[in-house]
Design a protein around this ligand. Structure first.
Ligand SMILES: CC(C)(COP(=O)(O)OP(=O)(O)OC[C@H]1O[C@@H](n2cnc3c(N)ncnc32)[C@H](O)[C@@H]1OP(=O)(O)O)[C@@H](O)C(=O)NCCC(=O)NCCS
Length: 137
């Protein structure tokens, strides 16, 4: 396995419209596009599930992860101090990045995200209507 992307959501919570992306790529294949491909597939899952907002969390020193998600339209929304503890017991600050369907969809379309077309027939609140899906490429 070279990587894993997960979309975490809870339709019964008070944030049924929000999904959290969790992603990890094996260190020996990083920087080769696996992370971007995984994030596209995860984004397609979010579209199909009708989610309106996505978030992702990482420690503030994970610069490659922050760069990846900023390149996909995510922006920093919160800083959680001493929020996680590593294997050595040291705590780290977490940054929460988020994006909305409205902000990210045009960017993903410009990138030629093939995932957008695979969600053409899925129920989605990302696009404003069905016509929006038909023009999605
Ligand atoms: C974040 C992570 C998933 C990226 O995976 P990856 O396969 O290396 O990413 P990609 O090769 O697809 O890179 C995609 C984009 O990320 C950015 N990026 C990746 N590595 C980078 C680095 N070292 N420095 C700066 N930008 C970087 C680039 O913008 C790149 O876009 P480009 O293709 O136009 O250059 C990987 O580093 C990882 O598993 N990190 C540890 C876990 C983690 O932080 N997960 C995210 C939070 S859940």
């Amino acid at each position: 396995m070279v990587g894993c992307g997960t979309l975490v959501r809870d339709p019964h919570s008070w944030s049924p419209h929000v999904g959290e992306i969790r992603m990890v790529v094996s260190p020996d294949v990083r920087g080769k596009g696996v992370g971007k491909a995984l994030s596209q597939e995860t984004f397609a899952l979010a579209l199909g599930a009708g989610l309106e907002k996505l978030s992702v969390q990482m420690t503030v020193d994970q610069q490659s992860a922050i760069a990846l998600f900023e390149s996909l339209g995510f922006k920093a929304e919160a800083l959680l101090r001493d929020h996680v503890r590593d294997v050595h017991g040291k705590t780290h600050d977490i940054v929460v990045l988020g994006t909305t369907s409205r902000r990210s969809r045009p960017r993903w379309r410009r990138m030629g995200c093939r995932a957008l077309s695979s969600t053409r027939n899925a129920r989605s609140t990302f696009g404003s209507n069905r016509a929006d899906h038909r023009t999605g490429g």
